[in-house]
Design a protein around this ligand. Structure first.
Ligand SMILES: [Zn+2]
Length: 130
């Protein structure tokens, strides 16, 4: 599996990521870290997490907002690309040469052919092999 951030979303992603991280650092320096966490994450967000964990959560949230999933079918090599972050359907692309190339080197999905729409988590190749 791969996560894809398209050109149209990349500028906004990096802009938001750098802005929120700079804002978090400024809050730490100003001594308002606790208030910042409550306002930007939630009032229930653990206050005792290390900064690196907070940064990881902030970036993971942005990746989830901007990135889409891409998979390679291990059976035929098709690439499955999620249409949009808020759209659970996928589009398939066939390689010029037959078979899987493992170009994404991760968890694969079974495409079941080019005309079958996919829903996330429905047709994982791991399940299909059982
Ligand atoms: Zn396939």
């Amino acid at each position: 599996m791969a996560r894809v951030i398209r050109d149209q979303g990349a500028e906004a992603f990096w802009g938001e990521a750098t802005a929120v991280l700079a804002d978090f650092v400024a809050a730490i320096q100003a001594g308002t870290r606790s208030t910042w966490l409550s306002e930007h994450l939630s009032s229930e967000y653990p206050q005792d997490l290390e900064d690196v964990s907070v940064i990881s959560d902030l970036l993971a949230g942005l990746v989830g907002q901007y990135a889409t999933d891409a998979y390679e079918c291990e059976a035929c090599g098709r690439i499955l690309l999620q249409r949009a972050p808020d759209d659970p359907s996928f589009v398939t692309f066939s390689p010029d040469v037959g078979g899987a190339t493992h170009i994404l080197m991760g968890r694969a999905r079974q495409c079941l052919g080019p005309d079958v729409p996919l829903e996330p988590g429905v047709r994982d190749t791991e399940e299909g092999r059982r």
